[in-house]
Write a protein that binds this ligand. Sequence first.
Ligand code: OSB
Ligand code: MG
Length: 367
Amino acid sequence: MKIEKIELREIRMTMKTAFETSFGVTQERRIILVSISSGGVTGYGEVSCNETPGYSYETTETAWHILNDFIAPNVIGKTLEQPSDYQALVKPLRGHPFAKAGLEIALWDWFAKAANLPLWKFIGGTKTELPVGLSVGIKKSPEALAEFVLEQQQIGYQRIKLKIGRGRDLSYVAAAREALGTSMNLTVDANSDYTLEDIDILRELDQYNLQYIEQPLENDDIIDHGTLAKHLKTPLCLDEPIHSAADVRRALQMGAAKVINLKIGRVGGHLESHKIAAYCQANNIALWCGGMLESGVGRAHNVALQTLAAFTMASDTAPSSRYWHEDIIEPEITMHNGITKPLEGIGIGVNLKHDLIAKLTTRVSSF
Ligand code: OSB
Ligand code: MG
């Protein structure tokens, strides 16, 4: 295919409720939608980094800069035989995986549509029942958290992950565990709020029978997580420092993680995601797909990815209605009894609501 047209479009979407993590509060999302057209077929992607450099150094603004000034001008007019040909075009650009992924995943959607296949089948997915976990932002008090997670458990989520931070940890986890009972899959995500000096607090978490503790230490660390793991019974899960299959290999070598949270944007797209999935499967590392408060476009890509057999734990693909009054896709992502199913339409399997998207648009750049 020859890339005839690329469109970058920033939209603003207001979340139903604010989402608080150890690095900040999100209420309004700024999302870049990427579309690629060729031969009458259009593929769609989304840049899923945050607005502020709290989770990653990338922001909506840096991704706009990288895509608009470097990636799109270099990719327009090029001919690709397969989605992986894109890698050679972005190789000279260091870092910025979320920006790179926005366009890369649109290419996968295009190639799947051109092959007349749903994306999940195009990438070799086989799972048809995908367990859904919920990521719960930090709440005002342990009591408020306990009440909220109980409601969510009744909705059917198969795993509940609590965002924690220093000073907002043990009493919250204790209250949630008490409310949910002993058998519910419960996890915590610290988004890098602790250091090795907090080892005593982190050891206290062992008593709550957590499925894993996600990213307690620095965002680019693998080595200290290996040290910490020796002091804990609870398995560790890495999120922020994993950008490639090679990073997963390093984590395994350091004993730093038994579980990996894979986010398509953080690793630069589908191709690296598939390599990580294959590596985890071959090495018995538990794997699940994380969320970045995406619109339905990003979530549809996440759903397709999780159909790979390597995904062994519930993923953060909550239904559209959890975050949005109205999502930008139809059909919306739904969940029944804690399960979401792969989308059977071709490509990402959803249509974009172009009228709604036009109303949410703040800027457009066309190539
Ligand atoms: O650590 O998983 C995280 C959102 C923004 C930044 C980091 C994270 C998150 C989430 C969102 O947990 C979960 C979701 O999209 O459902
Ligand atoms: Mg995380």
